[in-house]
Design a protein around this ligand. Structure first.
Ligand code: KIV
Length: 304
């Protein structure tokens, strides 16, 4: 852990400063809130009971606290931070050090705001591809920075890595379909699994990750029908869609996208939740409500 970061501690305090009445402490009304911490068990229950899981990315303390207060179930420190925070054109150059820094910021925000969302952090490109030893070393660092689950991209060879991490007590989220870390190999940001053979491969990879113990799995930019089929085939893994229709166990969006802050072309699967909201807090709450009641995504508008 870089030594310039305060270490998260319980009780809204940090090691390095006294924040008894911090000016940027927590959203109004958050103190003493009674939401139960979201655990991997609770995620499994939600999936089993058909309650949709609302996931949102965040990269800093303030937005993480606001998202938590709005009722987001899981906060994901995605390596999309490479694009939205660092101005890169892809996630490929994001370092493990950057992921650790932003994971600490988000974890610290959740502590200060008495937050209870499950914190998922991305293993960046190059931090798990070399070997199982490299993967567990990177995953341990993310967990020590405050993550409660790590996410890695791809299927096939990753199954073995996922099983290795899970056996050692690290909850894992898989990521299939469009996998931005290997977007060059996928021919750009395009829908995956349209052809029968490709769809079959994704189904097989998803089943293997499920069997390996992945607790969650992002399905990105695949046809809604395929995502719904895979979701129905999972034994215990909760599927989280982004551009995969409304048949998954939950949804995720990049925060900047759903606030209309994407500086490029907005992807078809994104809805701007700030447009009809008074402020960011209301936008986050609208997102959670729309995911929970199944009105987002709308397959006619946001899916393939
Ligand atoms: O990096 C990221 O933010 C992600 C989500 C969009 C799933 O992988």
């Amino acid at each position: 852990m870089p030594d310039h970061m305060p270490r998260p501690t319980l009780g809204g305090q940090t090691d390095s400063a006294n924040h008894a009445t911090p000016p940027y402490g927590q959203p109004q009304g958050a103190a003493g809130r009674k939401r139960k911490p979201v655990t991997t068990w609770q995620i499994a229950d939600m999936r089993a009971n058909g309650e949709k899981i609302a996931v949102l990315t965040a990269y800093d303390a303030t937005f993480a606290a606001a998202a938590d207060f709005a009722g987001v179930d899981c906060i994901m420190v995605g390596d999309s931070l490479g694009m939205v925070c660092q101005g890169r054109s892809s996630t490929v150059g994001v370092s493990l050090e950057s992921m650790l820094y932003h994971t600490q910021c988000v974890a610290q925000g959740l502590v200060r705001a008495e937050g209870s969302a499950l914190l998922i952090a991305d293993l960046p490109f190059g931090s798990y591809q070399h070997s199982r030893d490299q993967a567990i070393g990177s995953a341990i660092q993310l967990m020590q920075a405050g993550a409660q689950m790590v996410k890695l991209e791809g299927g096939g060879w990753t199954t073995d890595v996922v099983a290795f991490l899970v056996e050692r007590g690290i909850p894992v989220c898989g990521h299939l379909g469009l996998t931005p870390q290997t977007v060059s190999a996928q021919g750009g940001y395009r829908v995956q699994g349209r052809e029968e053979a490709a769809a079959e491969r994704i189904r097989t990879e998803a089943a293997a990750l499920d069997a390996a113990g992945a607790a969650m799995m992002v399905l990105e930019m695949i046809p809604a029908r395929l995502a719904a089929t895979i979701s129905g085939e999972m034994k215990s893994c909760a599927t989280i869609g982004i551009g995969a229709g409304n048949g998954t166990a939950g949804q995720v969006l990049v925060m900047h996208d759903m606030l209309g802050l994407n500086l490029g072309r907005m992807a078809k699967f994104v809805r701007n939740f700030l447009r009809d909201a008074d402020d960011v807090h209301a936008a986050f709450a609208a997102y959670v409500a729309a995911v929970k009641d199944g009105s987002f995504p709308d397959n006619r508008q946001h899916a393939w």
